[in-house]
Design a protein around this ligand. Sequence first.
Ligand SMILES: Cc1ncc(COP(=O)(O)O)c(C=O)c1O
Length: 444
Amino acid sequence: MDELMTTEEIVRLCKQHTLYTWAATGAVDPLPIARAEGVYLYTTEGQRILDFNSQLMCVNIGHGHPRIAAAIARQLESFAYTYPGTATAVRARVAKRLAELLPGDLNTFFFTLGGAEANENAIRAARLYTGRNKILARYRSYHGGTNACMQLTGDPRRWANEPGMPGVVHVMDPRPYDYSFGSSAAEQTENNLRYLEEVIMYEGPQTIAAMIIEPVTGTNGIQPPPAGYLEGLEALLDRHGILLICDEVMSGWGRTGKLFAFEHAAGVTPDIVTMAKGLTSAYAPLGAVALSDPIAAHFQDNVFWGGLTYNSHALSLAVAEAAIGVLIDEGLVGNAARLEPVMRAEMERLRERHPSVKEGRAIGLFGMLDIRKNAAGDLIAPYNGSHPAMNELFAFLRTEGLFTFVRWSHIMCNPPLCINEKQLREGFAILDRALEITDRVFEP
Ligand SMILES: Cc1ncc(COP(=O)(O)O)c(C=O)c1O
């Protein structure tokens, strides 16, 4: 408990004087957190909670790492902030490190404060570079909460934010939302790309600057692309001079068992990559736009019409340097890849034991369970809807000490990448008990 405030006061004042995101604040029941370490959160009442979502899929290295505190203290000894027009050692070191870590010719970076600002500046760069305006984006996507990013976003968070920036054209995702009827991965790729090329023809390729995708769809399904999709998409966009922007805000920095999710597709190098979250493991706010050499060269001679007071913030960069160091030195990307089969096996075990489990998916430590309501395979909740059993399941997880997101018919399984096998199984053991709640309403 905070020395000065009771749990009740903390919760009451937070709700009285701050707004909560994507919610009516009055309906929010926030977790009162006192501290966090490794894969565990501790409430103000001392309850230990396993973090099965890395908060917002961002605390990739786990909580409370001492190397980050040391890096912040070290940077503060010289300065915390200088304006974006300066040259600083930490900016130089981090940019050089990123250029080494990103494949191909992604060698130049524009720093922001988070993922949305990274995507805003990515489409700005794409438009200035190509001289074209339109952006293609997919329906099953989230790209951030700012005006332009809300229009890029395909999921229902866009609806209340319309109209906004014009020029975004949404297209279908390779895997249908109701995947029960089961076309093969090859068919999904072929059909989707054929349809996409037709959309490009109708829109006029010469008007389209870029297409933005999450290489592995995040909140909207933890969906890896079907085989051949990314390779085919890159070739198709290339033929029409359309840039490929990979939004790696959630899927990047080891989450999928590779540093970046697009690296699962051999030989694919996007023109622009955006990142945030795992870049600092959320110890400080930072995002980045990675630009390929031709685009970066353009901005050597042409003005980049964008800026932020906190561009290249030294404190955030010092945190990124340390967080990347932890991720690499402690082999956490490899740990995510190594534990993927454990997560899949646990999901399969749950599917066999619980009739309400429709499917489990995982790539690295990026996983999701889909819950169905009947033997026909219909998802338990409608798109953008809820079901009382899912609400009850969520409440049960909280009581039992598991933090994760339960959204519509889906349960997120995205622990910090430092989790060990025992802790991972501990999380699935709680889910095992929780799923009896959805089994009870299952219609055989
Ligand atoms: C794929 C993706 N892009 C962009 C964002 C926006 O990032 P931020 O909330 O840091 O602005 C998110 C956040 O969840 C995301 O998952």
